[in-house]
Design a protein around this ligand. Structure first.
Ligand code: SF4
Length: 165
């Protein structure tokens, strides 16, 4: 059987983002995976118990790795700490990967959960910084390769490589 791929629910057209919208990704690669029945959808924030729409959140003073080390927290733009919802949702995503033996994920860039290269810097001023979200960091710590909507070709190459080894 072909490997499954974990994909952010908002990229699949589900209106689960903080603003109640989706971020639907139009891609032949994604469409092909869906036709093959290989896509497993997850929204860590909704899975962690957050409502939609919700206040936007950012990681304060660090990245997803720092959250797991207890060195940073996630706050919303009302200043409320929401770290535990983010870690709960990340653990749910990890369990899905383990259940389905998923080794590749395509997650939404810039999100405090799903971002794998860039996140917002915690100041709520639309400034991005290099770093991973809480879910992306946990998955990578457990050996899942995390890609985003801008590098799907690389995700496909990684899958092909794994399947031929
Ligand atoms: Fe999309 Fe991830 Fe945010 Fe959920 S947590 S809305 S899947 S970017």
């Amino acid at each position: 059987p072909q490997d499954k791929i974990l994909v952010s629910a908002c990229l699949l057209g589900n209106p689960v983002r903080y603003n109640g919208k989706s971020l639907t990704l139009q891609s032949d690669i994604l469409l092909h995976w869906q036709q093959q029945g290989r896509v497993v959808s997850v929204c860590p924030e909704v899975g962690g118990g957050m409502s939609t729409p919700r206040q936007p959140a950012e990681i304060k003073n660090g990245s997803g790795e720092d959250v797991w080390q207890g060195k940073a927290i996630v706050v919303n733009n009302d200043g409320e700490e929401v770290t535990s919802a983010f870690t709960t949702g990340a653990q749910l995503a990890l369990r899905l990967c383990q259940q389905h033996q998923i080794k590749v994920a395509v997650l939404t860039e810039d999100s405090p959960s799903c971002g794998s290269q860039m996140i917002y810097d915690g100041t709520f001023t639309s400034q991005k910084t290099a770093g991973k979200g809480v879910t992306a960091a946990l998955l990578e710590q457990h050996g899942v390769l995390v890609f985003n909507q801008y590098n799907l070709e690389q995700a496909e190459q990684a899958l092909t490589l794994m399947e031929t080894v």
